[in-house]
Design a binder for this molecule. Structure first.
Ligand SMILES: Cc1cn([C@H]2C[C@H](O)[C@@H](COP(=O)(O)OP(=O)(O)O[C@H]3O[C@@H](C)C(=O)[C@@H](O)[C@H]3O)O2)c(=O)[nH]c1=O
Length: 182
């Protein structure tokens, strides 16, 4: 398992070792010891699975209380996955990083607590799996609008095209009015 820091160094891109053979493949999708060696002692409490069709965008989501760390991956299809730093004390506050996660590249992203998270589905369909370090807390849920001009995520979609959004995501908050972390 290779664990790399991205431009925002707390966000990690994980490339598992994939053992292919005539039956298919095997990989470890989570290894507590290797994350501990990389400085992250994580206790996951929830595993989630969502399926989305092409053009769906979910995000940019976070929980202002009980902030969740998320270890995210794709087991069918491909998405562009994004983490936005919402920690006011951080030198990268308001910045984003992204990576393409797919069933083909098997890569995972570690999105730490203190970040908003979202993804855009590029394949016909995508199955998205993630582990979280805190339970779902709907009253603490917040959403920043996906196309906020200050954050300016470079979503891989044609200029002027609109993603498919949940009503709550279409009504997401502007970054400059959003609740953030200290
Ligand atoms: C996230 C979540 C939702 N739900 C329920 C609430 C709702 O009725 C239904 C669909 O929820 P949502 O529309 O919020 O699902 P979704 O838009 O997929 O929300 C997720 O988006 C990605 C980007 C994240 O980062 C996640 O943390 C989470 O916010 O599932 C749970 O029961 N537990 C959960 O942990």
């Amino acid at each position: 398992m290779k664990i790399e820091k991205l431009r925002i160094p707390e966000v990690l891109l994980i490339t598992p070792k994939v053992f292919g053979d005539s039956r298919g493949f095997f990989m470890e999708s989570w290894n507590q010891r290797q994350f501990a060696e990389a400085g992250l002692q994580l206790d996951f409490v929830q595993d989630n699975h969502s399926r989305s069709q092409q053009g769906v965008l979910r995000g940019l989501h976070y929980q202002i209380h009980q902030p969740q760390g998320k270890l995210v991956r794709v087991v069918s299809g491909a998405v562009f996955d994004v983490a936005v730093d919402l920690r006011r004390s951080s030198p990268t506050f308001g910045q984003w990083v992204g990576a393409t996660l797919s069933a083909e590249n098997h890569q995972m992203l570690w999105v730490p607590p203190g970040f908003a998270h979202g993804f855009y589905v590029q394949s016909d369909m995508a199955d998205f799996l993630y582990k979280t370090t805190e339970f779902y807390a709907p009253e603490a849920e917040r959403c920043i609008i996906w196309n906020d001009p200050d954050i300016a995520v470079a979503w891989p979609m044609a200029a002027g095209s609109m993603p498919q959004l949940a009503a709550k995501d279409a009504a997401g908050c502007a970054f400059n009015k959003a609740d953030t972390y200290s």
